[in-house]
Design a binder for this molecule. Structure first.
Ligand code: TEU
Ligand code: CA
Length: 553
């Protein structure tokens, strides 16, 4: 179906850029080394200056924090180390006063094993809560029902001797999977979601939502048989009639299945977080612990495929970083010599695509990966679980650390670097995870003081999306798809055209520019202030230089 922007009802989140906060690492108000909600409130002006329209808040619910809150013990309480419900309500109100909505993380594929439901479920197989989780009797040999492995190491079936049954925990023993086949469980979830929406939140980011339709007996976990009926029920029961945004996380979604989640007439979600561009860089066998070198042609192919597949129906989310991924500047850019230019150039190509961009905390000042040297410095359950598995297999500690430093999740979780003073302005105490020592030079205060730092560039990109329908709705056409260094595309809306060209390499390049990209117009944004709105047949692009020009056809 041809894309007709006049047919699209413009929603508030089409104009918005999202900003992800990982609360543990954002701002600590009381010196215990752990970020908290009052800390976030104290830093809202930073987000207002950046211009973002909503915050995706990683979980702040009561939790034993085995997975830093992705293991919830009470869906209607705030973790004491993060604050109180009153603090949370104040956050919603203070954000609202700055035009920013708070989007909660909805973690309902699993709860914590500390949740009251699970305590009742595991104590008594006749309890009504037993069937809130996924239980199986031992297999014929008395062991687990099958050999499924948990994401964070070890088997996925966990034994409860008191009742002689196994429960399924896809991620870890502390994260038992909820039984979505049970209508009573679903009713509890709908009720809980309405309870948060009634407090004024702006929507939900839904953790691993593609797992909720699983059939463990058939060993189908991702995008299982009941996924879309559950999402449609959720829409009917909770979402319909509310002006909120919903974003589903799915590691398995492809351009073939995307519209099932976010197609116009599906009544499910507004958009999905997809990971094709992330997984493209992993070893096909060894996975994330053995990343491949960046292949820009392959990476562009993924982005181009998604831009084109969702051009008529559905909506893209645009991100390179989050709390599960390495710092994208270290992965795709140059985190030493051309740190600032590469941060700006990469942001330019990402933010001027069609979709809703997400900025992960610290990205807007060009934060980089941690460089830990010993296993004792890591905190993440995934890294530590894999460490145990790998050591048992005889992998050397040095090899393990090389993989963890490239792709481990703690890279993104080192505390936010606000200033160059002790504790980086994050804490007056000892941070729960070590600061990156480069905070003395890379921090919000230093970046903003230069006037044309990474933050200033991001602010301009956020503003272009808010103010220009061409950026929001223009049709995307890729160019120079086989070029190993240049990322180039156009966006078209009516008579307006946006031309985006970026050199994503550390070499100066004379670009052999196709006729459609040769243009004279208004320079919208650039890394180096060069070209002055005009591109001829052979422009010279400096290392990590990007330009975007707006022209009439
Ligand atoms: O992540 C989903 C997920 O599958 C990740 O664990 C992913 O496989 C891994 O990070 C890649 O190495 C979500 C949350 O974003 C993550 O923080 C949680 O740990 C996970 O779900 C369980 O809730
Ligand atoms: Ca604190």
């Amino acid at each position: 179906m041809p894309y007709d922007p006049a047919q699209v009802t413009e929603r508030w989140w089409h104009k918005a850029t999202g900003y992800q906060i990982y609360p543990r690492s954002f701002a600590d108000s009381n010196g215990d080394g752990v970020g908290d909600i009052p800390g976030i409130v104290s830093r809202l002006d930073h987000l207002a200056d950046l211009g973002v329209g909503f915050v995706w808040l990683s979980p702040v619910y009561a939790s034993p924090m085995a997975d830093n809150g992705y293991d919830i013990a009470d869906y209607r309480a705030i973790a004491p180390e993060f604050g109180t419900l009153e603090d949370f309500d104040r956050l919603v109100a203070e954000a609202d006063a700055r035009g920013i909505r708070i989007v909660m993380d909805l973690v309902v594929n699993h709860s914590s094993d500390h949740h009251a439901w699970f305590r009742a479920a595991r104590a008594d197989r006749t309890s009504a809560f037993h069937d809130f989780y996924i239980w199986r009797d031992p297999g014929p040999d008395g062991g687990p029902p099958d050999d499924a492995m948990a994401c964070f190491g070890g088997p996925a079936w966990h034994w409860v001797p008191e009742i002689g049954r196994y429960y399924y925990g896809h991620f870890s023993a502390g994260q038992p999977d909820l039984n979505w086949d049970n209508p009573a469980l679903r009713a509890e979830i709908w009720d809980m979601m309405r309870w948060w929406l009634d407090r004024g939140i702006g929507g939900f980011r839904m953790d691993v939502i593609s797992l909720i339709g699983k059939d463990v007996d058939a060993r189908i976990y991702e995008e299982g048989p009941t996924l879309h009926q559950h999402l449609q029920e959720m829409h009917r029961e909770v979402i319909a009639g509310r002006d909120i945004v919903t974003i589903g996380e799915s590691w398995s979604v492809s351009t073939e299945t995307a519209q099932l989640y976010c197609g116009r007439d599906r009544d499910e979600l507004d958009m999905v977080f997809q990971f094709n561009h992330v997984v493209e860089g992993w070893d096909p066998v060894l996975g994330k612990w053995a990343p491949r070198p960046v292949d820009l042609v392959a990476l562009k192919r993924v982005f181009n495929r998604w831009q084109i597949a969702l051009s008529g129906d559905g909506w893209n989310s645009l991100f390179l970083s989050n709390h599960d991924l390495p710092r994208h500047l270290s992965r795709y850019g140059d985190d030493t010599v051309y740190r600032v230019d590469s941060a700006k150039a990469i942001a330019t190509v990402l933010h001027l695509m069609k979709g809703t961009p997400f900025i992960y905390q610290g990205e807007e000042i060009g934060m980089t990966n941690a460089a830990f040297t010993s296993i004792g410095q890591y905190r993440d359950i995934e890294t530590l679980g894999h460490y145990a598995d790998q050591m048992a297999r005889g992998v050397s500690e040095a090899d393990f650390i090389a993989g963890a430093n490239a792709n481990g999740r703690d890279n993104a979780r080192t505390p936010m670097q606000w200033d160059g003073g002790p504790g980086a302005g994050f804490t007056t105490g000892t941070p729960w995870l070590e600061l990156n020592p480069n905070y003395t030079s890379i921090n919000v205060a230093a970046d903003r003081a230069t006037g044309d730092g990474v933050f200033a560039h991001y602010r301009r990109l956020v503003g272009l999306r808010r103010d220009d329908a061409l950026v929001r709705h223009g049709r995307y056409t890729p160019h120079l798809v086989e070029d190993p260094d240049i990322f180039a595309y156009t966006r078209t809306l009516g008579d307006a055209r946006l031309i985006v060209v970026a050199n994503l390499s550390g070499e100066e390049i004379t670009v052999d520019l196709p006729g459609e990209l040769q243009v004279t117009g208004e320079p919208l944004i650039s890394t180096h202030g060069a070209h002055d709105g005009a591109l001829g047949p052979a422009p010279v692009f400096r290392p990590w230089e990007a330009v975007a020009i707006r022209a009439e056809r």
